[in-house]
Structure formats: structure tokens, C-alpha cells
Design a protein around this ligand. Structure first.
Ligand code: DC
Length: 241
């Protein structure tokens, strides 16, 4: 039923901001900031691939067996809940947020994410999560596949060395890896993410490219904010509720 009075434009849905880019480009920091600044929900889709990889690793399901992974997915529930600062990810009802950031799961997530059946399942879940708008969604294929009609799209990038060092700095006082190992792993994931047949990592044609190689994260945050401000001003769309 269409409840809009004749002659009046239908109320516009709330804004969707898509942020894509390789690992360590600063997506999470920027998405978190934009969510706070514009009053949006922040949804981090990588956590969903990570949670599924954790389940496969726990069950010793081979990460290079698409059939076995698809079978496993049929028996898996993944939910993303928006918290105060970060997302919580629930795997079959268990909060696994604290278990998905180690190098093994990180590598596993990149492997399971090449499987088309896993991607289409995740994309459906993500489309449901963002269907009401009022979200900033972060990942690899948000602007190209999940929300090709997103109101603002940012593709964040930086050199592998800069991204690797940012990741290394986040590892805390007793890093499990040396900087060169972090950079090596990151290049391997880049390679897989950018070259997979299904939805490879690439900027959407209408994405604004933001290269933060020579910026501080603070400067990149400000630049992203300006990109969204400009889109919002053009659209006249309510940003959030
Ligand atoms: O953003 P992240 O590092 O947490 O993502 C983990 C892996 O998941 C990454 O190697 C690529 C994959 N991924 C994806 O293919 N599509 C997304 N929308 C998000 C993540």
C-alpha cells in the first residue's frame, strides 16, 4: 500500500554510506567516526566472514572445499549487533567478538570469502541489516554488490607498507608477529581479495577514492566526513532518524 498523499513526494529513506577498501586502510576507524558524527549505525561486514571462518576452523572443515563450506553455512546463524563502539558478532548465538581477530581467523576469513555461495548468503544478510538505511556499512563489496545504490561510497586505500604498519601498531605491547610478517600476510590477503572471481575488491564506478598513504588517520577521517557531508547536502536526504 502506498500511503503517500497524491502529489507529494514519497519520504526519502535514510542514508546508506558504503566504505570499501583493503585491510588496514582505516575503514573501521573512519566508519566508526562517521557513524557517531552522522548518527548512523555502524556495520562491519568483515566480522561476519570472520565468524564463519572461526566455525569452519573449529569444525576442521577444509577452507578450500566450497561444497563443505556451503553445507556448513546451511547450519549456521550469524548475527551482527550494533554496540556502543564496536559490533558484536554472534555465531549460532555465541558472542565470538573477542575470538575473531587472530591471524588464523584473519587468514581463514579471506579464504572462505572467495566462495560464491558464502558470499551470496552474507550479501543477503547484509542487505537485510541495512534495509532501513541510516547505516554506514564497511567491507569489500558494499558499494559494488551489497548496496550498489548507496547514497555515498568511499573507497579507502593506502600503500601496503603503511597499512601493514597501522595493523602492526594495533597489535599491542606483545605483538604475535613482526612488522614484515604483518605486511606479507596483508599482501597475500590483498591478492586474494582483489583477484577472486566473485565480487573482487574494486572501487565502484561512482565511489570517491580516498588514499590515506600520506595522511594521518585523523586527516582521513576529516576527508571522509567532508565527502559524506557533500553527498548529504546534494541529496537533501534525512541522514538518520
Ligand atoms: O575487513 P576484514 O579484514 O575484517 O575482513 C575479513 C575478510 O573478509 C577479508 O579478507 C575479506 C573478507 N570480506 C569480504 O570479502 N567482503 C566483505 N564485505 C567484508 C570482508
Amino acid at each position: 500500500m502506498n500511503s503517500t498523499a497524491p502529489g507529494l513526494a514519497a519520504p526519502r529513506k535514510k542514508i546508506i554510506v558504503a566504505i570499501d577498501g583493503p585491510a588496514g586502510a582505516g575503514k573501521s576507524t573512519i566508519a566508526r567516526h562517521l557513524a557517531r558524527h552522522f548518527g548512523l549505525l555502524n556495520l562491519e561486514t568483515g566480522a561476519m566472514y570472520r565468524a564463519f571462518a572461526l566455525k569452519a576452523l573449529r569444525g576442521s572443515v577444509p577452507l578450500d572445499d566450497p561444497g563443505a563450506l556451503e553445507e556448513l553455512s546451511a547450519d549456521t546463524s550469524i548475527r551482527l549487533e550494533v554496540g556502543e563502539v564496536d559490533n558484536r558478532v554472534l555465531l549460532d548465538g555465541e558472542d565470538v567478538t573477542g575470538l575473531i581477530r587472530n591471524p588464523m581467523v584473519t587468514d581463514g576469513a579471506s579464504r572462505v570469502s572467495v566462495v560464491p555461495a558464502i558470499r551470496s548468503w552474507m550479501v543477503r544478510l547484509q542487505q537485510q541489516l541495512g534495509s532501513d538505511g541510516g547505516v554506514v556499512m564497511e567491507g569489500r563489496d558494499i558499494g559494488t554488490v551489497v548496496f550498489p545504490h548507496a547514497d555515498a561510497k568511499i573507497f579507502l586505500d593506502a600503500s601496503p607498507e603503511v597499512r601493514g604498519m597501522r595493523r602492526f601498531d594495533q597489535l599491542g605491547p606483545e605483538p604475535p608477529q613482526q612488522p614484515e610478517e604483518v605486511i606479507r600476510d596483508l599482501r597475500a590477503r590483498d591478492q586474494r581479495d582483489r583477484n577472486r572471481a566473485d565480487s573482487p575488491l574494486r572501487p565502484a564506478d561512482d565511489a570517491v577514492l580516498l588514499d590515506s598513504t600520506h595522511m594521518t588517520l585523523d586527516e582521513a577521517v576529516k576527508a571522509a566526513e567532508a565527502i559524506v557531508e557533500e553527498k548529504v547536502a546534494l541529496l537533501g536526504t534525512p541522514v538518520a532518524s
